[in-house]
Design a protein around this ligand. Structure first.
Ligand code: GLC
Length: 471
């Protein structure tokens, strides 16, 4: 089957968060199973793109209202990604280092989607399915169905994966002229909440929808950031499919990103060495339990609550543990985290930035992984944590609820219900008590390391979805 994934991110080409991991691994998995898989993303100025070679396979210009942007389609040569990588190069809009966060993000991703369709419409053979990811690519099903110049693409089935319904790509009707020529009677489809809402349009027009965990699908039917009514209306074509992780890249036994490899048999020694290294690097105390946070520094991830926890908890409590944070995002949160450095020197540290190698070392060297998310559609970090023998301490929400069972119920994690400082404090307190019983810790780590979150199950589920919409 020919599958095209169209996305804003794809690991290892361009990554901000879990979206990239999922696009990269799912595509690779499908490719390995014999499908013809293409991943199409914008051509940013990322390190991967600068270091690798591409050939131009198509060029033209894309129109947004009165603007015309020259673009080309580049195909990766000799890459060993395990799928075919295509980049849409629109220099004026994407020759930038960051993936998001620009004033013209709406124009950027609209042009990207249109350029993709312009190119696709020139192809003789059409793919069997187009898999869109999040709001950056969710106008495609509308444009394909109603855009006059894309008539030829009308029948291609589309699946939209919702990774994060918090971001919806809203904009005003003053930009309506950016759309390709279409039957104006269909304009109501673009509207949600008084503006054009890209994600809502995708929900309405895609043939099928998936969310990245079953529980997240249930949750957004109740609180879907303004889209709950719509999520209910399209429930008949929706399914929650739990993400997997790449067990080859994330394997402590042969991970080249960590110095001390280990398996389930000798995890105790391996983890201890990695912890010592980590503590050495970040001036932490290896004799205390190490709690880490890895991820985007935004309120949805509950990272501000960790700052509050450090500020509010007693000095005595704070001194019992180490906290290490890796991530970047909201500047205010970054500043707050940096300010705490002087006060908690010796048992707290933060690395502001994106660092995939360090992330691996953190999973390998940490005792606990903190995930205090306010919302988490799936979350991959808890799965990486299990695999590297770090015990996840999570707020039970979204996919975290599907994957982390509390140790009081024979699970391998510590769970709390509310995204509050009090709940975090109690959960950390429970972890500190658990840490004193190393025998129990070891048996929990072992059970966690044995859990299987490979892509096989999700792969099968996606295949079923594709077959359903192809029919
Ligand atoms: C987004 C979500 C995260 C999910 C990831 C991959 O980053 O916030 O929960 O795991 O997408 O689907």
């Amino acid at each position: 089957m020919e599958i095209i994934h169209i996305s804003a991110e794809c690991y290892p080409v361009a990554k901000v968060g879990g979206l990239a991991d999922v696009v990269g691994v799912l595509s690779n998995y499908q490719y390995k199973r014999g499908h013809s898989v293409k991943v199409v993303i914008p051509c940013y100025e990322t390190e991967f793109i600068q270091k690798n070679e591409f050939e131009t396979v198509f060029w033209s210009q894309v129109q947004l209202g009165q603007f015309h942007f020259p673009f080309s389609v580049l195909k990766g040569i000799n890459n060993d990604l395990g799928f075919d990588l295509y980049l849409i190069a629109i220099p004026e809009l994407f020759d930038r280092a960051d993936i998001y966060g620009y004033k013209d993000d709406i124009e950027r991703f609209l042009a990207f989607q249109k350029a993709f369709l312009d190119w696709l419409a020139t192809r003789k053979e059409l793919p069997e399915v187009i898999n869109c990811h999040d709001h950056h690519t969710s106008l495609i099903p509308f444009m394909m169905t109603y855009g006059r110049q894309y008539e030829k693409l009308k029948e291609i089935p589309t699946l939209l994966i919702v990774h994060n319904a918090l971001y919806q790509g809203q904009f005003g009707f003053d930009k309506l002229n950016y759309f390709p020529d279409y039957d104006l009677y269909k304009t109501h489809i673009l509207e949600w909440g008084g503006c054009i809402n890209s994600l809502a349009v995708g929900l309405k027009c895609a043939r099928a929808i998936t969310t990245v965990s079953p529980n997240y699908l249930n949750e957004i039917n109740d609180s879907g950031n303004g889209l709950e009514i719509l999520f209910n209306q399209v429930r008949y074509k929706s399914k929650g499919i739990l993400n997997g992780i790449d067990n080859e890249t994330w394997n402590p036994e042969n991970d080249s990103k960590i110095e001390f490899n280990y398996s389930i048999k000798n995890h105790h020694i391996g983890k201890q060495k990695n912890k010592e290294k980590l503590c050495d690097l970040f001036d932490l105390d290896p004799n205390k339990p190490l709690f880490s946070f890895v991820g985007r520094l935004f309120e949805e991830k509950g990272i501000d609550l960790l700052c509050e926890f450090l500020k509010k908890t007693t000095k005595e409590n704070a001194r019992k543990i180490n906290i290490l944070i890796l991530g970047s995002g909201n500047k205010e949160i970054e500043d707050q985290l940096s300010k705490l450095l002087t006060e908690f020197k010796g048992n707290y540290n933060v690395y502001i930035g994106f660092n995939e190698d360090l992330a691996h070392l953190i999973y390998a060297g940490s005792d606990f992984l903190l995930i205090p998310s306010r919302m988490e559609s799936c979350g991959l970090n808890q799965m990486y944590a299990y695999r590297y023998g770090a015990i996840p301490v999570v707020r039970s929400t979204g996919g975290l609820k599907d994957t982390v069972v509390d140790i009081s119920e024979d699970g391998c994690g510590i769970c709390f219900d509310q995204a509050t400082v009090t709940d975090i404090e109690i959960a950390i307190g429970r972890a500190v008590i658990l840490y004193k019983d190393q025998e129990k810790v070891n048996s929990i780590i072992k059970s966690g390391m044995m859990l299987d979150y490979s892509w096989e199950n999700a792969y099968q589920e996606y295949l079923k979805m594709y077959n359903l919409i192809i029919k």
